[in-house]
Design a protein around this ligand. Sequence first.
Ligand code: SF4
Length: 423
Amino acid sequence: MKTIESNPLPTVQDPDLAPIREKVLRGSRLTIDDGLQLYGTHDLWSVCGLADLVRRRMHGDVAYYNVNRHLNYTNVCALSCHFCAFARKRGDEGAYEFTIEEVRAEARKAVESGATEMHVVGGLHPWHPFDFYIDMVRAIREVAPSIHIKAFTAVEIVHLARISKRGRDGADGIREVLQDLRGAGLGSLPGGGAEVFDDRIHDEAFKGKIRADAWMDVHRIAHELGLHTNATMLYGHIEGRAERVRHMAILRSQQDETLRDWACSQGHGSDGIVVLTGPNEQYSGERLPTMASCKTGWYQACIPLPFIPDDSTLERLHGPSGLENLRTIAIARLMLDNIPHMKAFWIMQTLPLSQLMLQMGGADDIDGTVVWYDITKVDGCGTHQETGVEELRRLIREAGLRPQERDTFYRPVHRDGADWSIE
Ligand code: SF4
């Protein structure tokens, strides 16, 4: 089998990047200072070259996509985060709330379209009781028994723990809520609501929302319960590059903890550090955790999300440029050496830039066919944001990669129209 090291190794134009290149070639962990240097260099293409080496070590020439359906069940939210253009108060123009019957209808459409996953998130509805959320998950499970339900950001989970009225809060309440939701059909958690792990930024831009420690608690408990999760980073608003690199280092450190036992059992991480990006791999994916080998859940993917200022109260900001988006995902790939997948979320990155990220920015996943996405709208797009499988596959092939449909756990999907099975 061919190894990536038989391809020419990337060089760097900026001599200051040479020590980082050496680390990447060796498979050594990068420091926060390294991350800052990758942001500071003019030599973006060398940063991308290193990220692409790592991506090819981990995933070979495969690029993943999935057939999914997003459901934003309400935009009514008790909070008013400055960067949010999605939330409304009840009675505001454009405010909406799905009923359980409407959720059921969405699940039916997901089945008809051949989706393998429903991605369900919404605002923190001030009046829905906890049972509404259980009923919603059950309704999807009844209508779509084979579809994976990825639902509720950590922020929503904390909200549900508060309203579940068990007389418990903190970790016990979160654990009980996750167990109840899992009992109803929840399969994993998405990565939203992380924003940027920094208390100053938090208090300025999304005060009222949970802070980093609570967000991490939800994901830690989910992992302990065997639920997989993802992790996002919303960047390009009032944070700086240093806060982004620290955010990556915090996620990496939590993943170290999550994977420690597995890593020791596999002969990785004897020093407590789990690096999955090193050389000498027979790609793809042989050093990555699998459901058979690792009993806990873990962060499957990181999804850097560029801030889109339109219609938010931070509209005065211009948001990150295309080059900054490319640089950020490449740095995330290099820094997050223990998170298997790096996702270019095309809804927010746009399809053309996502294609570039797959080819040279370290991304291995372009997310899915989506259909309905109401959280952000790029360049005036409506809420009906949909791309077809053929379009995704074409973009991936044009990037020189091999398209592979995946399920939520990155297992290959065998498809025949709307019928599908896991290979
Ligand atoms: S970001 Fe989430 S919690 Fe904040 S206002 Fe928007 S929907 Fe509500």
